[in-house]
Design a binder for this molecule. Structure first.
Ligand code: ADP
Ligand code: MG
Length: 262
């Protein structure tokens, strides 16, 4: 699989190879391989407990790995190699790598004591040390893009879940990430608010942002994903184009899962 997609000539942004992870005696990732090219959207589906969040969290080293590797633009994430040994990077270098990967969580995780605008400006100033005038201009542009320019001085608690999630997306984008990771970004939302968040994400995909999205929104995956990956029990059970994996699944476990969520 890897070979044919690389023939497109597009650069590989993310490569995960032979990734294994256990918590005590529980094997959560049992050897995961995947490749995401620049501008691609990969959707990851699978039942609760199949290892989706853990996989996503290893991609920016929020989680240590037991074996295998994660590479961002060809650079090993989280570790440096010393001969055959892997040594965890110092915190400063981890922070620099994480700054290149945006992450959006199920529960928004906005800073409650900061306004919407302050939330979006925090990391570019605090982490990247960008000048505040420039950061403010970019932040206002991003809030406009997610439809919240009029809410810049509001506090998160006064916003709906859909609005909060759109702020969280703007906040991640403010770091100009190379890659965006979304972990069930609409799962905590009331049904009528799901669409506004998915619409923002569709716009990002259309603009060529490279994204990995854990989601149960099959319609979104069908419409937006270049590749769909179905996980169960720490394995990638089935992968491919959404028309195939979602429209004509081959594996029993994929069929069973889809019949429940569709
Ligand atoms: P998913 O996102 O697909 O629901 P997770 O990656 O969150 O799955 O979890 C996979 C398995 O790993 C689950 O059985 C979960 O309970 C377990 N797990 C996740 N994080 C931890 C942790 N920090 N310590 C122990 N077990 C964990
Ligand atoms: Mg999860």
């Amino acid at each position: 699989m890897t070979e044919h997609i690389e023939d497109s000539g597009r650069p590989v942004v993310l490569r995960v190879t032979g990734l294994k992870k256990r918590f005590g005696s529980l094997e959560v990732l049992r050897g995961v391989n995947l490749t995401v090219l620049q501008g691609e959207v990969m959707c990851i589906l699978g039942p609760s407990g199949s290892g989706k969040s853990t996989l996503l969290r290893t991609m920016n080293h929020l989680e240590e790995v037991d074996s295998g590797r994660v590479e961002l633009d060809g650079e090993l994430v989280g570790y440096k190699q010393r001969g055959s040994r892997y040594v965890t990077l110092p915190e400063k270098q981890l922070a620099a790598q994480r700054a290149r990967i945006g992450m959006v969580f199920q529960n928004f995780n906005l800073f409650p004591h900061m306004t919407v605008l302050q939330n979006v400006m925090e990391s570019p100033i605090g982490v990247l040390r960008r000048p505040s005038r420039e950061v403010k201009e970019t932040a206002m542009g991003l809030l406009d893009r997610v439809g919240l320019a009029d809410w810049s001085h509001a506090y998160p608690r006064t916003l709906s879940g859909g609005q909060q999630q759109r702020v969280a997306i703007a906040r991640a984008l403010a770091m100009k990430p190379r890659l965006m990771l979304f972990d069930e970004p609409t799962s905590a939302l009331d049904p009528e608010l799901v669409g506004e968040v998915l619409d923002v994400m569709k716009g990002l995909a259309a603009d060529g942002l490279t994204m990995v999205v854990v989601t149960h929104e099959i319609g979104f995956a069908r419409e937006v994903a270049d590749n769909v990956l179905f996980m169960d029990g720490g394995y990638v059970v089935e992968r491919g184009h959404p028309d195939d994996v979602l429209g004509n699944p081959q594996e029993r476990r994929t069929k069973a899962f889809l019949s429940k969520v569709l």
